[in-house]
Design a protein around this ligand. Sequence first.
Ligand code: 4NP
Length: 161
Amino acid sequence: MFCITFVCLGNICRSPMAEAVFSRLVEERGVAQSFKVNSFATSDCEEGNAVYPPVQKVLRENGYNFSHRAKKITLSDVKNADYILVMDGMNYADLTRMTGGGYAEKILKLGDFLPVKSDIDDPWYTRDFNRTYREIDVACRAFLNFLLDKHSQAFDYDKRH
Ligand code: 4NP
């Protein structure tokens, strides 16, 4: 079982979007039973709040039925994760500060899986929720392919998917 944890600043836009997208991808690839997928914030600024309504709209339009409440990440969430995917350099710096530089080997930037590496821009500021969705979808597909390759012996799945 792999625990995949997505992290952003508020846990109301990018990381819940990534949680929804990655959860559906592992279902589609027939490997959902090998994964636990979750998402957290680096801050408590949105603690307990629902997914931001424009993000809910993009998810709904793309066929997702997903709900989530924002939660700040704890050290035990970090310890429990096999991979932590942050959205930008600030998330990376905040998480590294919180862990005192530990667990660096499992903290990756989701945007490093894009064809051209970049941060996953925060739609809270860009207001381009569709572009963020497309980036997250592309990056999550590439990240899942990376995992299936790297840990192929751990998965019992049909490679024709
Ligand atoms: P997220 O976006 O980190 O992708 O969830 C944000 C949500 C809320 C705030 C900032 C970013 N905020 O400042 O409240």
